[in-house]
Design a protein around this ligand. Structure first.
Ligand code: SF4
Length: 287
């Protein structure tokens, strides 16, 4: 897949959400890139209302690099009254491969560290280990949480649904190193792909994450909206034709799986997390 990079200079850098949510643990989000090379087929950003590009495939093939992000962040944070957690990587992975060249995420972390601003990072990449010095500094001064997004530990399933993301072993290895430094870390178990990554597969993944130091797991359902729903269901038709009818039944009421399914899955995960001592929320230790 050929990827095109475009250098852009936006005029603002922080997005303000109406409400804090359990995944971001913040009202402010920050994305140094638009578009994501990891190419996850379930990515919610592909839904029409979020898509920042005209053609859906461009989200994976055209990456916009916000070259002035560090400058804008410094300027914005200097006007902040008080300190709020900023969530990095809500719309595109801040440690996707191009970060090796531009170091934008690193430069943003330098600002967070200098100003003592708390941060929550969402990623699928072990490239984050490059910035361990800054994660430690932020964690020491205020609060730093690193959430690894994990969906499956089955390489065949990963190849179908997140073809260009780093393998789960690398993510777990990175989590282990971060946990050893006493930095808050855990997993965003999202999305749980019905009949493919749910049930015991899910519990097995949680156990593996706990074994390397994950403090928490935040599970989430697979949301299917508008054209993204059509695209995802065509993937199911190609790889799991026997599941097509079950998916149609499961999503008959809209963008989420049928409530009884969600209830059963979350009950199973809650019981397991309780049993092995894993939290189901991101613990904010200090600010
Ligand atoms: S890593 Fe995250 S933002 Fe990137 S494609 Fe995958 S789900 Fe979307």
């Amino acid at each position: 897949m050929t990827i095109k990079y475009e250098l852009i200079q936006p005029t603002t850098i922080l997005n303000k959400l109406e409400h804090e949510n359990e995944i971001f643990i913040s009202r402010y989000s920050l994305n140094p890139y638009l578009g994501c090379e990891h190419g996850c087929q379930y990515c919610y950003v592909q839904a029409d209302r979020y898509l920042p590009f005209k053609k859906e495939k461009d989200f994976f093939r055209v990456i916009k690099v916000k070259t002035n992000a560090p400058y804008l962040l410094k300027e914005t944070l200097s006007k902040f009254k008080g300190k709020e957690i900023i969530c990095l990587g809500t719309f595109a992975d801040p440690y996707q491969p191009i970060e090796k060249k531009y170091n934008i995420t690193r430069r943003l972390l330098e600002i967070f560290a200098d100003l003592g601003f708390p941060v929550h990072i969402l990623t699928k990449s072990d490239l984050i280990l490059r910035d361990m010095d800054l994660l430690e500094e932020i964690s020491r001064k205020t609060f730093c949480a690193v959430s690894f997004s994990l969906t499956t530990i089955d390489p065949k399933i990963a190849m179908m649904f997140e073809p260009h993301a780093p393998p789960f072993q690398k993510r777990l290895m990175a989590m282990k190193k971060i946990a050893r430094k006493k930095i808050t870390t855990g997993i965003i178990l999202m999305p749980i792909i019905p009949y493919i990554t749910d049930g015991d597969k899910c519990l097995n993944l949680i156990q593996k994450a706990k074994d390397v130091g994950a403090k928490y797991v935040v599970p989430g359902e697979l949301i299917l909206k508008d054209n993204q729903k059509i695209r995802f269901l065509s993937l199911i038709k190609r790889y799991y034709p026997h599941l097509v009818q079950r998916y149609q039944a499961l999503y008959r009421k809209g963008i989420s799986p049928y409530p009884t399914y969600n209830w059963r899955i979350s009950k199973q995960i809650s019981a397991f997390c309780e049993k092995i001592g894993v939290l189901q929320h991101i613990p904010i230790e200090k600010l």
